[in-house]
Design a protein around this ligand. Structure first.
Ligand code: SF4
Ligand code: SF4
Length: 364
């Protein structure tokens, strides 16, 4: 299983959609349990994957190194804002399998959301990682909000050559705030005039590129199309939360989704008293997802959103509209992709993503 280990709440940035405000009432600011407790717990899992999580986990490089030295895992993963990457050093960066770095697209988009100069600093640090032998899956993690042009911003990131991202993934700035849609002048208009048309355009680009024998690493497209082609029935959250992915809060609580230790529905155990084999399916999405006709492919999108309904049912359904548009547009190009597979222009395996539950949620 995948464990997101929150090392600290501190991040060092104050992005528009997050405003990182560490709060000790939610969980201790920094990890405060004995690492041996984590070690004992993880040792009971025959296939543990560890994702370092925060805040920015690289604010606690000492803990990353300690855990990597003391606790064996099949793969190590980091989700980071990328600003402190060099502190990890070459020996450890080479042992990371998936490096997910927050970057929101073009320089002006990234710096608007994340702060002046962030884009350049992040790319410099990623180049350092590559130059120091990082050979794993480099994932650009975008937050997508009202200032994003989804076509231009994703295209920019998949086209970068130095550094070259293997994958680009994005999460919409939706359903995690209240009052709803604070960062949109008109959310419905943004979806219908900007986001959805941009997705359609991006899919056309993606399939045109495929004709050249290359599959751009656009994670949502790959994950969904692979499911369509293989007929795999997802019917489960693709991020794995509550199923085969769990967060460990800084005080050792086990939570289904790593972003929300303060919600009761989310707390499913404790490092000191739970065993990994007791955790799978300890919390799952309910309505409207489990009776939705897109559930087979969508998987429910987000446990947190499904349980909290912060935008109400109407707001939730508006976001579903973006998922449905994405799925339907991918269905439209499926015959072309099947034809390319038959002609041997691309192979099925080139579309498979993620290779294991690596914290990429697939559904934006
Ligand atoms: S489209 Fe919406 S309702 Fe349907 S499964 Fe996805 S998140 Fe749930
Ligand atoms: S998609 Fe939702 S449930 Fe899954 S990890 Fe992200 S916030 Fe948590």
């Amino acid at each position: 299983m995948l464990y997101y280990i929150t090392l600290t709440q501190v991040c060092g940035l104050k992005c528009i959609y997050c405003q990182n405000t560490p709060d000790p009432r939610i969980q201790p600011i920094d990890l405060n349990y004995d690492i041996d407790i984590l070690k004992n717990f993880v040792s009971l899992d025959p296939e543990p994957y560890i994702c370092f999580y925060g805040g920015d986990p690289l604010m606690r490089v000492d803990l990353i190194k300690l855990i990597m030295d003391e606790i064996p895992a099949k793969k190590y993963i980091i989700q980071t804002n990328g600003l402190n990457l060099r502190k990890l050093g070459g020996d450890y960066i080479r042992r990371i399998d998936t490096l997910l770095v927050s970057i929101d697209g073009r320089e002006e988009t990234t710096d608007y959301y994340r702060g002046e100069g962030v884009y350049k600093r992040v790319l410099e640090n990623i180049r350092w990682a590559r130059e120091n032998g990082f050979k794993g899956d480099l994932v650009a993690r975008m937050a997508v909000s009202s200032n994003t042009d989804i076509f231009e911003d994703v295209l920019h990131l998949v086209s970068l050559q130095h550094p070259k991202f293997n994958h680009v993934h994005w999460q919409l700035d939706v359903l995690w705030d209240y009052p709803p849609a604070q960062r949109y002048d008109d959310f419905d208009k943004w979806v219908s005039e900007s986001y959805n048309p941009g997705i359609s355009r991006l899919i056309r680009y993606w399939v045109d590129e495929m004709e050249k024998g290359y599959v751009p690493g656009i994670a949502p497209f790959k994950g969904i199309v692979y499911s369509m082609l293989t007929g795999e029935n997802i019917r489960r959250l693709r991020c794995g939360s509550g199923i085969d992915a769990f967060g460990i809060s800084t005080d050792g609580k086990i939570i289904a989704c790593p972003i929300a230790p303060e919600y009761k529905f989310n707390v499913v155990g404790d490092l000191r008293s739970s065993k990994p084999n007791q955790l799978p399916y300890s919390t799952v999405v309910g309505g409207p997802c489990n009776s939705c006709k897109y559930y087979d492919l969508c998987g429910g999108r987000c446990l947190f959103a499904n349980k909290t309904m912060l935008w109400g049912e109407e707001g939730f359904k508006k976001v579903c509209g973006t998922v449905i548009h994405l799925i339907n547009e991918l269905r439209r190009v499926l015959p072309r992709i099947r034809n390319m597979l038959e002609r041997g222009i691309v192979e099925l395996d080139m579309l498979r993503y993620p290779p294991y539950t690596n914290s990429v949620e697939i559904i934006p």
